[in-house]
Ligand binder design. Structure first.
Ligand SMILES: NC(=O)c1ccc[n+]([C@@H]2O[C@H](COP(=O)([O-])OP(=O)(O)OC[C@H]3O[C@@H](n4cnc5c(N)ncnc54)[C@H](O)[C@@H]3O)[C@@H](O)[C@H]2O)c1
Length: 250
């Protein structure tokens, strides 16, 4: 475990499988002040209570990432409580209803772009406003998906929203490099979470076969977040880091 000043990290979707695993990993790396945000306060509490302890302070916030004002308020609360914001992880997302494009509804396109895409826009906007004022900038990490890089049939709104997250990441990286803010995204393949729990049994063999290393767990993905949050990635910005058990390789 590293010592030194605490790193202030805000994570959205922190009650979910990946968000909670990232929080655990960053807490294990050294002193951390974690601001854990999710739609569900009830599911955040058990995550927070297992993390709080020597070297780890935790603030929880119920935040809907589709609401720009709520995301701004969460970032303001982080700064008020911990004095700065070092790492912003825009991780909240929702899966699209399965269906080919002609069966997708306007509501589903809207839902995906409001949460999965605009959630990352709101988080990036709120974070850069703070990080630009910090001498050593900060690191923004968006959770994208291989579905934003490759054609993933039957979930077009989700894939399109994730592709938009990747593009947002790259443009933000270029716009804010001079202000020492690095912006990267992680593109996971399929791993176990509430989001993937409903995959029908008959679809699992085919999906597994498309991941040469098999399906993943959240812990298989967190190393990319640890790298992008830390000093080893000081010369990495605008990257879409693929962590997918080989899904996107063929
Ligand atoms: N599970 C996978 O196979 C997979 C693959 C690639 C990318 N991802 C991405 O990983 C991220 C985390 O997903 P997960 O797999 O841990 O799923 P999860 O369902 O366990 O976690 C998602 C969390 O986001 C929260 N959330 C949903 N809408 C929100 C909103 N409007 N505001 C705030 N919080 C909201 C949920 O309450 C939940 O706790 C998502 O962005 C997802 O798209 C997941």
């Amino acid at each position: 475990m590293e010592s030194g000043p605490s790193r202030v990290v805000l994570i959205t979707g922190a009650a979910g499988a990946l968000g909670a695993a990232v929080a655990r990993r960053l807490a294990s790396e050294g002193p951390a002040d974690l601001v854990l945000c999710d739609l569900s306060g009830e599911r955040l509490e058990p995550v927070a209570s297992t993390l709080e302890g020597p070297g780890t302070r935790v603030l929880t916030r119920v935040v809907d990432v589709s609401d720009a004002a709520a995301v701004d308020a969460a970032v303001a609360a982080a700064v008020e409580r911990f004095g700065r914001l070092d790492v912003m992880i825009n991780n909240a997302g929702v899966i699209a209803t399965n269906g080919r494009i002609h069966n997708q509804t306007a509501q589903e396109w809207d839902r995906q772009f409001r949460i999965t895409f605009l959630g990352a826009v709101h988080g990036t906007t709120a974070a850069v406003r703070v990080m630009r004022t910090q001498e050593d900038g900060g690191s923004i990490i968006n959770t994208a998906s291989v579905a934003g890089l490759t054609a993933w049939p039957y979930t077009a709104p989700y894939g399109a929203a994730k592709a938009a997250v990747i593009q947002l990441t790259k443009v933000a990286a270029v716009e804010y490099a001079k202000e020492r803010i690095r912006v990267n995204c992680v593109c996971p393949g399929t791993f176990e979470s509430a989001m993937t729990a409903d995959i029908p049994d008959e679809a699992l063999p085919g999906l597994t076969a498309r991941h040469p290393l098999g399906l993943g767990a959240p812990e298989d993905v967190v190393g990319a977040f640890a790298y992008l949050a830390g000093a080893d990635s000081r010369w990495t910005t605008g990257s879409a880091m693929v962590v997918d058990g080989g899904y996107a390789a063929p």
